[in-house]
Design a protein around this ligand. Structure first.
Ligand code: NI
Length: 433
């Protein structure tokens, strides 16, 4: 049994007024035993290890609710292009060349970056998901994984079967750190019949669904032309909603679409930076939250961001809604909730996202003894408007340290970077021949 005591400024994300400037947290094995002021540890608690970080803020690990981790291999390969030539001439030909091993190393690169930037959980959608699961198990993070399903593509049936196999092999792996969902790519890449088949199988296996919805104007036009409906209305009519569904993007929504998402308890993964970079639009986050829709934050893949830093994503999400609505929209604490407890709710994870007794010990600390964190009027403001990836000092998942003093303990970062560089360059060379 491992028993750890950490002393720090503790922001447990259990309420806007809950903050312990001189706090401490105790951890037994993979779970939190107590959270509170210094000296609040249960009497008789004898830690094996004490970590004194009085100038650090300790908070829940961040949760990335939409990404394609292995796309780190495409980072800086093709930027600043119009959407369709970018996809047709750059992204898709590159992805066709990816081997299972490439996807392992691309995911490993993403996980190193996530750990460095305080992200402890991701929802991923990609191919070769066995490799992705193995990378997650090695890195020690938490993840919900979905095999991307292009129903209209040549591999639609094979990928469907791979999804079923993935559930059997990895749902609950790593002592529950890995969970699986079905990942039908989008309403315009899967037929209605295919989506209904996916939904039936997801229900049979008791897993959720992760899908891109209403991301671009083009998608709205395609679905409107084909079915005379919005993508949200179309998916609702097919019966896709009703269980656990994570809808990524939701940029272009009608008031009726928002009512449907709220009524069917669909959770939204908001990707402000990807939506800006690809000129997709600005999602109506304030209106969605106003209707009671749960919203988490995502980075999307590294080719449309280009980093996986959720601190940057928090700032962009806040600024975007302020620009769109008003300066009072999305205050700092609300954005922090989206990256923590909101992310956990989006992914259907009940025991992460806040620091409270009985919850999983998924936590991070940030070094606040730096010029950009003085003076200390508001810690939530600092975390959203001033913090960045490099401020993260400590990362723990399931009670195990993945990073201490900014050094990742579970992965050989140098090797991961070298593998990613070599593999990405091999593909670009093949494509330029
Ligand atoms: Ni995406």
């Amino acid at each position: 049994m491992s028993k750890i005591l950490i002393r720090a400024m503790v922001l447990p994300m259990t309420g806007p007024d809950v903050f312990y400037p001189q706090g401490e947290i105790t951890i037994v094995d993979d779970r939190i035993l107590s959270v509170g002021e210094r000296g609040s540890a249960p009497s008789g608690f004898v830690p094996d290890r004490i970590l004194d970080l009085p100038n650090d803020v300790l908070m829940p690990g961040l949760i990335n609710t939409h990404t394609h981790a292995a796309m780190t291999l495409l980072r800086s390969y093709a930027d600043d292009l119009p959407l369709m030539p970018w996809l047709n001439e750059k992204v898709w030909p590159f992805e066709e060349k990816l081997t299972d091993e490439d996807i392992y190393w691309g995911t490993a690169l993403a996980l190193c970056e996530m750990i460095r930037s305080g992200t402890t959980t991701m929802l991923d959608m990609y191919a070769s998901m066995d490799q992705v699961a193995e990378a997650v198990l090695k890195a020690g993070t938490r993840a919900v994984l979905s095999r991307g399903l292009i129903g209209n593509g040549p591999n639609g049936e094979q990928a469907f079967q791979e999804s079923i196999d993935l559930v059997e092999r990895y749902h609950g792996a790593g002592k529950g750190r890995v969970k699986i969902m079905f990942g039908p790519h989008a309403p315009y890449t899967c037929s209605g019949e295919y989506l209904q088949k996916v939904k039936a199988e997801a229900d049979r296996l008791s897993v959720g669904i992760h899908i891109h919805v209403a991301e671009t104007r083009d998608e709205i036009n395609i679905i409107q032309e084909k079915f005379g409906k919005t993508p949200v209305q179309w998916l609702d009519e097919l019966g896709l909603f009703g269980g656990h569904v994570v809808a990524a993007h939701c940029v272009h929504l009608t008031p009726e679409d928002m009512e449907i998402l709220a009524r069917k308890h669909v959770c939204v993964a908001h990707n402000a930076e990807s939506n800006m970079k690809l000129n997709s639009g600005t999602a109506p986050i304030i209106e969605l939250q106003g209707k009671g829709v749960i919203v988490g934050l995502g980075t999307d893949g590294a080719s449309s961001n280009n980093n996986l830093d959720l601190f940057g994503e928090m700032r962009s999400a806040a600024f975007q809604q302020k620009l769109r609505v008003s300066s009072t929209a999305l205050p700092a604490y609300e954005v922090l909730k989206m990256a923590t407890v909101g992310g956990a709710q989006t992914l259907g994870l009940e025991d992460v996202g806040i620091l409270a007794p009985g919850f999983k010990a998924d936590l991070i600390t940030l070094d606040m003894d730096q010029p950009h964190f003085y003076p200390r009027f508001s810690i939530p403001s600092h975390l959203v408007y001033s913090a960045h990836a490099g401020d993260v000092r400590t990362v723990m998942v399931d009670g195990i340290f993945l990073m201490e003093e900014r050094k990742i303990l579970t992965m050989d970062v140098k090797k991961v970077c070298q593998e990613a560089e070599t593999r990405a360059k091999r593909i670009s060379t093949e494509l330029s021949c």
